[in-house]
Design a protein around this ligand. Structure first.
Ligand code: HEC
Length: 107
């Protein structure tokens, strides 16, 4: 029984990953090479109010090393989903998202 639940849970995670990776927006973002300098500028305008100018945390948590526990898909999802208020839902262009992602991955 416990095994069945575990299996269902793992399948669920797997399904989310497949859906995530096949999302055209995510797919195109991941196919681009982001510019972390540009990403830093986008971050300072949109995110620093909550996460701190150098992503060291204020209202929102510090994002230092965030790419060690969130996948690229997880990071994109965090930015565009609006699932964890008070963090708003953002709609960056594909290039902006690629830049932002490359900046987050340098933290
Ligand atoms: C209004 C404040 C606010 C703004 C603006 C904001 N965030 Fe957040 N962010 C939060 C809060 C609060 C959390 C914690 C959410 C939770 O997990 O409940 C969070 C969580 C995150 C996380 C997940 C952290 C982790 O350890 O898993 C990432 C990544 C993130 N934010 C990136 C961004 C980026 C990139 C931007 C700009 C595009 C942004 N945030 C703008 C408040 C904000």
């Amino acid at each position: 029984m416990a095994l069945a639940i575990l299996l269902a849970f793992l399948l669920g995670i797997f399904a989310v990953r497949i859906v995530g990776a096949s999302d055209p927006y995510v797919k195109t973002v991941l196919s681009l090479t982001g510019d972390p300098v540009q990403g830093h500028a986008i971050f300072q305008i949109n995110c620093a109010g909550c996460h701190g100018l150098e992503a060291d945390g204020r209202v929102g948590p510090s994002l230092q090393g965030v790419s060690k526990h969130k996948s690229p898909y997880g990071l994109i999802h965090q930015v565009i989903s609006g699932e964890t208020p008070p963090m708003p839902k953002f709609q960056p262009s594909i290039q902006e998202m690629a830049d932002l992602l490359s900046y987050l991955e340098t933290l």
